[in-house]
Design a protein around this ligand. Sequence first.
Ligand code: UT7
Length: 331
Amino acid sequence: MIQTKILGTGRAVPGQVLTNFDLEKIVETSDAWITERTGIKERRILEKDRATSDLAAEAGLAACEAAGISPKEIDCILVGTVTPDVPMPATAVYVQRRMGVPPCAAFDLSAACAGFLYGLTIGDAFVKNRQFKRVLVIGVEILSRILDWKDRNTCVLFGDGAGAVVLGPSEQAPGERLRGILSTHIYADGTGAEALSIPAGGSRNPTSATTLADNLHCVKMNGKTVFTNAVRNISASCMVALETNNMTAPEVDMVVAHQANLRILEGVSQRCGLPLEKFYLNIHKYGNTSSASIPIALDEAVREGKIKPGMLLLFCALGAGFSWGSALVRW
Ligand code: UT7
């Protein structure tokens, strides 16, 4: 039987740090408000002369090195992002070129903050059905480029970053405890589409002088609606992950959740009976990096030696769409 394993992880975050105190000089906000309402203290901002694929390739190369493979062995690249280099072609092809990967399957997928979980699901399926042997799944966002820096409701929340994993097959003997990706569950509900969106720049509302004047190319969000949906749907998908595998919350060793708001994670913790101490937290350092947040957190936890073979990890996220999901992984 074939299982999909995470063979290596990597991350890349820009060097430039923007603190809450820096933001106090840009919009009417305070370090106290941001810290209390979100848990964020600072975030990273990409240098002006770099783009999404530059950061994604850096994370991808780190993941290949950790997996002990050459980038030349990659046969599929999946990039979860809502901040591509350009509308066309896919950011994944720039990543492929920059990493020196020979011609392979490469495409982007758009599921906002759930992008990494969507990519993991697709990559897992490709590996299990033997279509590809070395799948690189990347979550990457340069959100600083699509924020309205006059809107304190959104600009204080997000940051830039990239995280990556290399997936590959592992043979399991009958009766052996299952390792690798045990299950993934992904969902979407378009009735929530307007709660978090960029209103212009596509076929509905093509770029025009009016859309630019009205600032419709930036993130617009109804924070409360997103918050409520996040707690409810993330919790539900975590419970489905456990039920599917006949497991219970106490068996989970670590929750590697999308880092959007510490209070969302507290809500999920309470609803699911998963103590907050089991959540890997780095929101204070990076803010909400959307699709990059789970693989960045995973890579940090791995490199800090906090993830040991045999541990049970629960991934979960919700973002624009709404799109959400969960994955259970035996390391
Ligand atoms: O990855 C998925 C994407 N996004 C999310 O998951 C975000 C989900 N939502 C949230 O995290 C929270 O709703 C926010 C952090 C965005 C907002 O927290 P909240 O507790 O829901 O605050 P609120 O929107 O109810 O605002 C409370 C007050 C308002 O003032 P009034 O109307 O009570 O006078 C806001 O104008 O806080 C004000 N406010 C701010 N004050 C200082 C909003 N943003 C700020 C700010 N600094 N940055």
